[in-house]
Design a protein around this ligand. Structure first.
Ligand code: PAF
Length: 280
C-alpha cells in the first residue's frame, strides 16, 4: 500500500529507516495530474532504487504572472491510485507553507546561470529559478539516491543536472523517455486544455520536429531548418516561440553537422503552450 505523507518529520523517519536497512531511495517529483509519462518515471526510478517517493506539489514559484497556476489541473485521488499501481511507496504532499516557511516572497532562491536563460528561460523569465528552488528543497526533504525527470522537459533536465553538479547533491539524475499519445503528441497535463476542435492540429509539432531532423541530417543549414520548422508550425496555426536545433547542452552548433543534436519546439495552439523535442 502507498503511504501518503504530509508531515516532513514522518517522511524523514521513513526514508531514514529505509537507508538504515541499506535500501536505495528513488524520487519522482511531480505537480500532479499524472499520466503515463509520470508513471513511466516511477517505473524507471524503480529499476535504480528499492523504494520510491513521489511528490505532488503545484509549485507557485515556477509559474509566471499570466500562467496557469490557479487553473492547473488537480486530481489527487487518481494520482494516488496511479502512483500505487506504478510501484510508488510514499506519496509526499508538502503544503505551500512547509515548502516556503518564510513565504514565497522571502524564499531563498536557487538560480542556475547560463542554461536557465536560454529558450524557455527567455520566454518564461524566472521559471527555472522556481523549478530549481523547489527541486532543491524537495531533494533536501526526500534525500533520495536517484531522481527521475522526463526528457520532454529537455531544458529542465539540463538545468537540474547542472544544479546537482554545482551544488554537489549526492543524487544520480535519470532522464526518462518521452511518452506519446498514439498520434505522436507528447503526453502533458496541459494537453487537456486543447479543445476537441484543435486537438488534431497538436500532432503537427511532432511531425515538424521529425522533418527538422530529416532536413538537418540531409545537410540543410541550421538556419534553414529552423526557419522552415517555424514556418510549417505557423502555417498550421501555431504561434511559435522557438523551433531550433541545438547541441545536447543547448549551445548553438557551428556549421559542422557532426555529433549529437536536439531539435526543440515551443509553440502555442489556441491558448495552450506546448513543448516537445527530438534528440538525434
Ligand atoms: O516537471 C515538473 O513537473 C516540475 O517542474 C517539477 C520538476 C515537479 C518541479 O515543480
Amino acid at each position: 500500500m502507498i503511504e501518503t505523507v504530509t508531515d516532513l518529520a514522518r517522511l524523514r523517519a521513513i526514508v531514514a529507516g529505509w537507508k538504515r536497512d541499506g535500501l536505495r531511495v528513488g524520487f519522482v517529483p511531480t505537480m500532479g495530474n499524472l499520466h503515463a509519462g509520470h508513471y513511466s518515471l516511477v517505473k524507471l526510478a524503480r529499476q535504480h532504487a528499492d523504494r520510491i517517493v513521489s511528490s505532488v506539489f503545484v509549485n507557485p514559484t515556477q509559474f509566471g504572472p499570466n500562467e496557469d497556476f490557479t487553473r492547473y489541473p488537480r486530481t489527487p485521488e487518481a494520482d494516488t491510485t496511479g502512483l500505487e499501481q506504478a510501484g510508488c511507496d510514499v506519496l509526499w504532499l508538502p503544503t505551500v507553507e512547509s515548502m516556503y516557511p518564510f513565504g514565497v516572497g522571502l524564499a531563498a532562491n536557487v538560480h542556475v546561470p547560463g542554461v536557465s536563460a536560454l529558450l524557455e528561460g527567455a520566454f518564461r523569465p524566472g521559471h527555472f529559478d522556481g523549478v530549481c528552488t523547489v527541486v532543491s528543497r524537495l531533494f533536501n526533504q526526500v534525500q533520495p539516491d536517484v531522481a527521475a525527470f522526463g526528457r520532454k522537459d529537455y531544458q529542465q533536465l539540463a538545468v537540474i543536472r547542472q544544479m546537482v553538479t554545482d551544488l554537489a547533491f549526492p543524487i544520480e539524475i535519470l532522464g526518462g523517455e518521452i511518452v506519446r499519445e498514439g498520434d505522436g503528441l507528447a503526453m502533458s497535463s496541459r494537453n487537456q486544455y486543447l479543445t476537441a476542435e484543435i486537438r488534431p492540429q497538436a500532432t503537427v509539432i511532432r511531425r515538424v520536429l521529425l522533418a527538422m531532423r530529416e532536413a538537418y541530417l540531409a545537410g540543410a543549414t541550421r538556419e534553414q531548418v529552423e526557419a522552415d520548422g517555424a514556418a510549417q508550425l505557423e502555417a498550421a496555426g501555431f504561434q511559435v516561440d522557438y523551433a531550433v536545433v541545438r547541441l545536447p547542452d543547448l549551445g548553438e552548433p557551428g556549421n559542422s553537422h557532426d555529433g549529437a543534436r536536439v531539435a526543440l519546439v515551443a509553440a502555442k495552439l489556441g491558448s495552450t503552450r506546448l513543448i516537445d523535442n527530438v534528440e538525434f
